[in-house]
Design a protein around this ligand. Structure first.
Ligand code: BGC
Ligand code: NOJ
Length: 812
């Protein structure tokens, strides 16, 4: 069952009812100013950092669902309603929400009044613009009142939700004309404030929540709105808000339009004040004047769309499969931008106060983003590498505002160092810019111990190479990619965090998965060494990789007979083996070892993937492990803490489904690669939205596995490495247009009945127009013709002097 439909021409998902199974959200903003916005206008706004500079409040874990947003109320006689249905939940005569690329549109109709809202964050300003158009579709004159409402957050969202002893006494505002200024803490150490304004004279306002809502009321029935008259309250402590009132007369057929702007303003410290305790509003007024007419707003909106046209033209496919076209050309790339911006910080499942930027997460997010804006990827790589320690380990997370490592979470995740190689290699393969390797990058943000990025990579590889366990496999540390395999943790008391409790290292617990990564990224690191002329280092690295390859295939170490072992626990016992009672087979080492090429020539690769299909497959995707853990295993940690079928305990973790799909392409099985791709693909799961429940236009992190009560139900949508990995999978492995250090390679692996297709790819300044004649073949390039000339192999030689290149690929 569907709750809307795709409108590919406008790059929108059109939601037809406000009562979606879960809030279906969108992200506004792509640089520094961001909003989350749901299909009922819920959500919140922050500048740069969802924890430290939060502009508006949101309430997670509350009923009714999705509470707090940027709301407009319309009072038409006794009837009060919202264009996005919430928070009054007054039944609408018509409703529509269109989530687009960096904007959302809402349409609500009630009793002959139509309200249309367009909300977006302009390309170059730190603000959110909402254009509200009200139209009288009835035959009588309408006298209505429009009310706006936002609730300010007192900046530090963590403090805001806990420190009530202080918070209830600090709130301060100013009002000037139609602009309501939130200036809590500005008198002391902040030099930033927020403003919410409308481009029309207002009839009244409120800035104190109690006055607007009335005591013991909530946003669903605000007393001042119900009374039809805001009270001009001035907040003093408690909860500052911003609400405007506009009294509007509409003749039959008449429309009126208003522009609301919510902005973040920073003043130089020496220029904070206009007069004693009156904030300097000049920069706010200058910004507001940029969006004070419809024409200016329309131009800013056109600029946003033009920016996305350009970005989404970098990789486009035209195939006979509409769903593939839709995901590749629009939604998958859009989600890659969002995950790049947010890492795992702010979604409807990530509170924005817990985690900042993840080291491994951001390195992987880069893989799906780097082609869009390589310069930003470059900056990100440097930021991430700056949080690495001198010995090669890394802070697991860092705060986006300060860019400093987060010591609450600390370090010790065995896989982290290798992801830095993955991200850097992707950047150089995309851009050819090897100068990044010479950038001086600090360790633990200390510039006095800076080294070139290349040295960081050497230490990344070196750390894993020199930290091995009894089987000569990499030590797992706190955990590897699977955060819940806490093999050194041994926690027995509630409340101990699996992520931080116990030692971060242990001499015995090993990860076969990291072994697979070691092969994959060891090889990529060796290629970078060659690029830098460090052939001796390259040879050394390749020798280590070769040795690891053997260890992974050794039946006393990595190989279990039918699949790869997952790990060894701190007692040296196997995890993810036929010898285990529960958790006999895990997905991660099967996907990653095979995509790294391990066992490809000797048959283990195929066996491992057949085992995945046999033991882990479901109609909703491939589960992370089987059989699920039904009891808590203190020696395994969080993985066994989840009820069977959820999250890392036998859930379908979408992130590693593309690893399996890529692995299938590595051994040439296009039918199966695509089958795996389809199972978690939003364009396909849209049809079962009542089961899947999360947004049908983007990936979620986890779908409940076969053991779960709600098998097939998605959770934790938006911020997941699935976005980047799926885009890598479909664009580089299935469609097969893969950036190498030397140029683009074209080597598709598609289902037998996929048909011919065309890919347009802008790469290092050259436009490639690639036509693939598939011939019913799943993998294999018979002929590569570049501008009419036959070329050996699959790599198109890179020639910067050409602006456009025509490529024909004949499979066979
Ligand atoms: C979740 C993981 C997550 C980890 C770190 C665990 O509770 O299951 O998916 O990576 O916490 O936040
Ligand atoms: C989500 C985390 O963000 C990611 O870092 C981790 O790899 C997965 N969970 C799996 O545990």
């Amino acid at each position: 069952m569907k709750f809307g439909h795709f409108d590919d021409e406008h790059r929108e998902y059109v939601i037809e009812t406000p009562k979606t199974p879960l809030p279906w959200i969108n992200y506004l903003g792509s640089k520094e100013f961001f909003s989350l916005i749901s299909n009922t206008c819920g959500g919140y706004t922050f500048y740069k950092d969802a924890k430290l500079l939060r502009l508006t409040r949101y309430r997670y874990n509350d009923v009714p669902m999705d509470i707090n947003g940027k709301y407009f109320y319309i009072k038409d006689g006794d009837c009060v309603w919202n264009p996005g249905w919430k928070p009054t939940q007054t039944e609408l005569d018509e409703y529509e929400c269109r989530h687009g690329i960096g904007y959302s549109k809402f349409k609500g109709v009630k009793k002959g009044v139509r309200a249309e809202v367009l909300t977006f964050v302009p390309v170059n300003d730190n603000c959110e613009v909402s254009k509200l158009v009200v139209t009288n579709d009835s035959s009588e004159e309408k006298n209505i009142s429009i009310f706006s409402y936002v609730e300010w957050c007192l900046w530090n969202a963590d403090d805001d939700s806990r420190n009530f002893q202080r918070n209830f006494s600090t709130g301060e505002v100013e009002v000037k004309g139609s602009a309501i200024y939130h200036k809590t803490e500005y008198r002391e150490r902040r030099n930033h404030y927020a403003v919410y304004s409308v481009n029309a004279p207002i009839a009244a306002f409120d800035t104190a929540r109690d006055s607007f809502l009335g005591l013991y009321h909530y946003a669903g029935d605000p007393e001042a709105v119900m009374n039809g008259k805001l009270t001009n309250s001035m907040a003093s402590g408690w909860s500052p808000i911003a609400a405007h009132q506009l009294d509007v007369t509409l003749k039959p057929g008449e429309s009126k339009s208003y522009v609301f702007v919510l902005a973040y303003i920073e003043n130089p410290v020496e220029d904070k004040w206009e007069s004693h305790n009156v904030i300097n509003k000049k920069p706010a007024e200058a910004l507001l004047s940029k969006y004070d007419t419809d024409a200016k707003v329309d131009a800013a909106f056109a600029e946003l769309n033009a920016q996305w046209d350009k970005l989404l033209n970098i990789y486009t496919v035209d195939s006979s499969n509409d769903k593939v076209n839709r995901m590749v050309n629009i939604w998958n790339q859009y989600q890659c931008m969002v995950t790049f911006n947010m890492s795992r910080s702010a979604s409807y499942y990530e509170s924005g106060i817990g985690r900042g930027m993840g080291f491994r997460d951001s390195c992987q997010d880069l893989l799906g983003f780097v082609h869009l804006i390589p310069d930003r990827a470059r900056e990100r790589i440097i930021d991430i590498a700056s949080t690495q320690f001198e010995d090669g380990r890394a802070y697991h997370q860092y705060q986006p505002l300060t860019k400093k490592g987060n010591s609450d979470i600390g370090s010790g995740f065995g896989d982290d160092p290798l992801w830095l190689i993955a991200g850097t290699s992707a950047y150089i393969r995309e851009t050819g810019d090897a100068t990044i390797l010479d950038e001086m990058v600090p360790f633990d943000n200390d510039m006095s111990v800076a080294q070139p990025l290349m040295e960081h990579l050497r230490r990344s590889f070196g750390y894993v190479d020199t930290h091995r366990g009894p089987h000569n496999l990499p030590l797992i540390g706190r955990a590897d990619w699977n955060d819940c395999l806490n093999l050194n943790c041994h926690s027995t008391q509630p409340g101990e965090s699996f992520q931080t409790f116990g030692p971060s290292e242990g001499p015995v617990a090993e990860s076969v998965f990291i072994g697979g990564m070691f092969v994959k990224y060891g090889n990529e690191y060796a290629d970078l060494c060659d690029l830098k002329g460090l052939n001796e280092e390259a040879a050394k690295v390749r020798a280590s990789v070769e040795e690891m390859n053997k260890i992974l295939l050794d039946s006393n170490a990595g190989w279990d007979g039918e699949w790869f072992v997952r790990a060894y626990d701190s007692y040296g016992n196997k995890v993810g083996s036929k010898d285990c009672e529960e958790g006999k087979i895990y997905i991660e080492p099967q996907g990653f070892c095979v995509l790294a090429g391990v066992g490809k020539e000797t048959g283990e690769a195929e066996k491992a993937l057949d085992s995945v299909k046999k033991h882990l497959d479901t109609k909703y995707g491939v589960m992370i492990l089987q059989p699920a853990y039904t009891v808590y295993h203190e020696e395994l940690g969080e993985v066994s803490s989840y009820p069977p079928g959820y999250k890392e305990n036998a859930g379908i973790f979408c992130h590693n489904n593309p690893w399996v799909s890529i692995a299938e392409t590595v051994i040439g099985r296009g039918d199966r690669a695509f089958e795996v791709y389809k199972k978690t693909c939003p364009a396909y799961t849209e049809e079962i939205s009542e089961i899947h429940r999360t947004e049908p236009y983007i990936y979620c992190q986890m779908v409940a596995g076969a053991d779960a009560k709600f098998h097939g139900e998605g959770k934790n949508s938006w911020l997941t490495g699935t976005a980047a990995w799926t885009f890598v999978n479909i664009s580089q492995y299935i469609l097969g247009v893969y950036p190498t250090l030397k140029g683009l390679s074209v080597d598709p692996c598609v289902p037998a009945d996929f048909g011919d297709f065309n890919v347009k790819r802008v790469y290092r300044g050259v436009e490639y127009d690639i036509t693939v004649k598939q011939n019913g073949v799943q993998k294999g390039v018979k002929e590569l013709i570049v501008d009419g000339a036959k070329v050996e192999g699959t790599v198109i030689p890179y020639d910067a002097s050409k602006k456009t290149v025509k490529v024909e690929v004949v499979m066979g």
